[in-house]
Design a protein around this ligand. Sequence first.
Ligand code: B12
Ligand code: SF4
Ligand code: SF4
Length: 352
Amino acid sequence: MSAAIAETSSLENLLKAQAYGLGFDLVGITSLGPMETADAFDSWVESGYAGEMDYLPRGSAKRRDSRLPVPGATSAIVVGLNYGGREPTGAVARYARGDDYHEVMTARLDDLHRWLESEACSRIRGKAYVDTGPILERDLARRAGLGWFGKNTNLISPRIGSFFFIGVLLVDLDLAPDAPFETDRCGTCTRCLDACPTDAFVEPRVLDATKCISYLTIEAKGAIPPKQREKIGGLVYGCDICQDVCPWNVRFSRDIREESFLPRDILDGDARAVARRILSMDDDTFRREFKGSPMKRAKRRGLARNAATVLGNVGAVDDVATLVAALDDPEPLVAEHAEWALERIRHNNPGR
Ligand code: B12
Ligand code: SF4
Ligand code: SF4
């Protein structure tokens, strides 16, 4: 159905109250149509900044026009869900320490969809997206008034900073849109650009993903380029550095409210402890420990590769036994990174 429902303003307000009641921290509405940042997206891909994320160039027409992914859709309800910027920084980026946000948020957006249908007393065609389709989520979120594009490329909310996920429900229902977020509140600040250990920003708001630690530890499937390995430091999965330094997060980020996002026990301890545990895992242990976690995206081989790299950076002589055992890992990729790590520990501990 595409006809506007009577008393739309009260429907929008009820809808937002319902979304907050479901636990979302931010909610806004935008109308669908041609996307203003589609050219920026295409030129980013053409510059090679997407690296081996082959799924990104697909569905280009849908990214250009947000009415296309769901035929007949005219509005997007855009939500933000905080994942805990007050948690201490650590070996694993905050977003990935608990249960998979795709599942948590999609289920809730589906609930919101069903609620909308019962409120409207009719079928509403719609689909929930949480990092799961060819749509420009940050762009839709800015249009829906949630925040601005920070120089670190993350969408920042003046209320909660940037440690939140974005979810989108596209619907074939005309809803009154909120005002887009028009101001740039970064001002003259450049803290994120200066703090990035790999110099991954080509310019403010443009990230060469192939240099980003998040990409190198999650998306890249093969060997981490040797020149980048040292820069990964103690980061086993993902990176929060350019968000940790952001004054909007220092001031406004929140504690985790979602129990499902609380860190798993397997991630207890410092980077060395986490890396040692991961590098020693067999496939069964990996499947058990990371069931329902976003970290399973890297598979055991990717995580073990990262863990070996981290031990090469922050490990010491008592990590040698773990690394020597990893030389026999069934994955040559892991064995090669373990060999590199052993060489670094030898180099840093001459005479041992
Ligand atoms: C590919 C991807 C990545 C890649 C590339 C990141 C990137 N900056 O592009 C990698 C693997 C590196 C990555 C890392 C992370 N990601 Co990611 N990622 C995505 C994904 C799937 C697509 C993003 C995309 O389209 N990139 C292409 C570039 C061109 O887009 P962009 O940098 O966002 O820029 C947009 C605007 O800023 C604007 N723009 C571009 N240039 C310019 C220039 C100017 C002057 C202006 C005004 C605007 C502008 O146009 C672009 C298109 O809309 C989205 C989900 C989705 N479907 O949207 C999640 C998403 C962006 N990721 C997310 C998260 C949480 C992360 C990490 C924090 C995870 C981590 N801790 O490791 C890091 C953050 C790294 C960083 N600094 O961005 C969240 C971000 C939430 C938020 N508050 O912004 C998203 C939205 C997923 C979600 N549903 O919650 N990610
Ligand atoms: S996530 Fe880390 S590596 Fe990527 S741009 Fe931000 S600081 Fe740089
Ligand atoms: S650190 Fe500064 S420049 Fe970077 S996103 Fe935050 S406010 Fe903007």
